[in-house]
Design a protein around this ligand. Structure first.
Ligand code: GAL
Length: 461
C-alpha cells in the first residue's frame, strides 16, 4: 500500500491558480451562474458520436448515437493510495466484468477530502465539459449544481432499477435528492465520530479508551500516554484544515451534545458562544499532543503513525479503517481498536460519497449503466469493505464486512440519532461551508480561539 499520491497534496491556492479560477468563481456554482445562469442561450455541440443540445432552460438533451458503441466513461475521484484506491479498484473490476464493452477512464485528482478535485469539477461543469461522473458528497453540497441546472433527474433511469428506492435507507435517499429530484447515487456511509487507537500503546500507558467519557477528558489520557510511552498522544494532520474541522465538530458534539451541534448547523453561533469557544479551546489543548510534523503530512501519513505505534489515538472518518484493513498483520481488536468519539455514544455522525449524473454528459448511456451499478448490492459489497464504510442499501449481506464494519452496521442500525457532517457540506449550505472552512484555516494557522470564533459568527451571514 502506498500513499504517495494522497500525500502529494497541492495547496488550495496553487490549485485554484492551476485550474484557471481567475476567470471563474469557485466558491459555489450558484453565485457564478448568476440569476438566469446559462439559460440565456441555446448551444449545440457535436462531440463525436453524440449531440448535446443545451436548451433555453439550461437543461440538455444529450443523446448518444444509437449506432455507436458506448462512449468512454470518465470518472473522477480522489481515492488514491491508502485513501480508498483498493476500494475503487474493486468497484471498477466488478463494473468491467458486467460491462466489458464500456471503456473506463479513471481520472483521479489526489488530495484528501477533495481539496483539489472540487475545484477541477466546478471548472469543468461550468465549461460544459464535465466528466461522466465524479465523487461528490451528496446533500447540500450538490445544491449549487442543482440550482445551476447542471444535474440530470435520474429518478427513473437509475433509481427506478435494482429496487433502489425500496432498498436504500431514508437518509441516503433524502441526500440523493437535493432540490427534490434524484440526481446522484450514494455508494457508502462513512462514520465520522470515531476515535481510533493503537491497542498496544494505550495498554502500555494504562489507558482504557472506552472509559474516556467526554472530549475534554481525552487530554489527560493523552498526557498519560506521553508520560508513559514513546508515542505521541494523537496522530493528526494540519497541512489542510479539513481534519481539524472534523475533529472540532466531534468535540462540539461530544462535549455539548446533539442539540448544540445542530444549532450550530442552523447558524446559531452567538447563542452557543460558550460551547463553540470551549470546543475550540479543547482542540487547541489536543494540539500539544499532536505529532511534530502535523503541518507537513497527509491524513494517510498521520494514520501510519497509529499503525507503527508512534501515536496512541487518531480521529478520522472510518476510511482510516479501510487503510488498516489493507495493512497485513494489523488486526482489529488485537492491534487497533475504535470507540465512538468520547461523549458521542449512540450517535452516528454521517458522511457519504456519491456519483452524480451531470447534464452535457460525455457518455450518457455508459454513465447510466455505471450509476445503476453503483446502486446495486454487488457494487456496494465490493466497494465498502475495502473503503471502511457501510452500504446505504439495507440488503447487502454482512459476511464480507469483517468484525469492525459489522459492528459499525449495528451501531448505525441502533443509533439514536444520525447527525450530518459539517465539514462535508451535508449539514450546512455551501456558502456557509466555505466560510466555515476559511475560519478553520485561520484556526490551524494561528490557533487563535477568539479570532476563529469571530470568523465563525460571520460564516452564516
Ligand atoms: C472524505 C470522503 C472519504 C475519504 C476522505 C479522505 O471526504 O468522503 O471517502 O476519501 O474524504 O479523503
Amino acid at each position: 500500500m502506498t500513499d504517495a499520491n494522497e500525500g502529494s497534496d497541492v495547496s488550495r491556492r496553487d490549485y485554484i491558480k492551476a485550474a484557471g479560477a481567475g476567470t471563474i468563481g469557485v466558491t459555489g456554482l450558484a453565485g457564478c451562474m448568476g440569476g438566469g445562469g446559462e439559460g440565456d442561450s441555446t448551444t449545440t455541440t457535436d462531440s463525436g458520436s453524440e449531440t448535446t443540445t443545451e436548451s433555453s432552460d439550461g437543461g440538455d438533451t444529450t443523446t448518444e448515437d444509437s449506432s455507436s458503441n458506448y462512449n468512454t466513461l470518465e470518472v473522477q475521484h480522489w481515492w488514491t493510495g491508502g485513501d480508498g484506491a483498493a476500494a475503487v479498484e474493486a468497484l471498477f473490476e466488478g463494473f468491467k466484468q458486467k460491462h466489458p464493452d464500456i471503456k473506463v477512464n479513471q481520472n483521479p485528482v489526489p488530495g484528501g477530502a477533495g481539496q483539489n478535485l472540487k475545484t477541477v469539477i466546478k471548472k469543468r461543469v461550468l465549461n460544459k465539459n464535465p466528466p461522466s461522473s465524479w465523487q461528490a458528497w451528496p446533500g447540500a453540497h450538490l445544491q449549487p449544481f442543482v440550482d445551476a441546472n447542471k444535474l440530470k433527474d435520474i429518478g427513473d433511469s437509475v433509481w427506478g432499477t435494482n429496487d433502489m428506492k425500496s432498498a436504500y435507507k431514508q437518509g441516503p435517499k433524502d441526500v440523493a435528492k437535493p432540490g427534490g429530484k434524484f440526481v446522484t447515487v450514494p455508494i457508502n456511509i462513512h462514520r465520522l465520530n470515531n476515535l481510533f487507537y493503537n491497542k498496544k500503546v494505550v495498554e502500555s500507558a494504562g489507558v482504557d479508551p472506552s472509559s474516556i467519557s467526554k472530549p475534554s477528558d481525552l487530554v489527560s489520557a493523552m498526557k498519560k500516554v506521553e508520560n508513559k510511552t514513546d508515542a505521541v498522544g494523537m496522530a493528526h494532520q494540519t497541512k489542510s484544515a479539513w481534519s481539524t474541522s472534523q475533529l472540532w465538530a466531534q468535540v462540539l458534539l461530544g462535549e455539548y451534545g446533539r442539540e448544540t451541534y445542530v444549532a450550530f448547523t442552523e447558524g446559531k453561533v452567538e447563542a452557543n458562544k460558550k460551547a463553540i469557544k470551549d470546543s475550540l479551546s479543547i482542540v487547541k489543548e489536543y494540539k500539544q499532543y499532536f505529532n511534530d510534523d502535523a503541518g507537513s503530512i497527509s491524513w494517510t501519513e498521520a494514520n501510519k503513525k497509529v499503525i507503527n505505534g508512534e501515536a496512541a489515538f487518531f480521529h478520522q472518518g472510518d476510511w482510516a479503517a479501510g487503510m488498516y484493513r489493507g495493512q497485513d498483520g494489523f488486526e482489529f481488536e488485537k492491534d487497533w481498536g475504535q470507540v465512538p468519539f468520547p461523549g458521542t455514544d449512540g450517535i452516528y455522525a454521517l458522511n457519504m460519497d456519491s456519483f452524480p449524473f451531470p447534464k452535457n454528459n460525455p457518455s450518457p448511456k455508459a454513465t447510466e449503466k455505471f450509476l445503476q451499478y453503483c446502486g446495486s448490492v454487488e457494487a456496494q459489497e465490493r466497494f465498502n469493505p475495502k473503503k471502511g464504510s457501510i452500504p446505504p442499501r439495507t440488503d447487502v449481506p454482512k459476511d464480507k464486512f469483517g468484525p469492525f464494519l459489522s459492528r459499525q452496521m449495528d451501531d448505525f442500525a441502533n443509533s439514536e440519532s444520525q447527525v450530518k457532517s459539517i465539514q462535508h457540506g451535508l449539514a450546512i449550505p455551501p456558502e456557509a461551508k466555505s466560510n466555515f472552512g476559511d475560519a478553520m484555516s485561520t484556526f490551524t494557522s494561528g490557533w487563535n480561539v477568539d479570532k476563529t470564533y469571530k470568523q465563525l459568527t460571520q460564516a452564516f451571514n
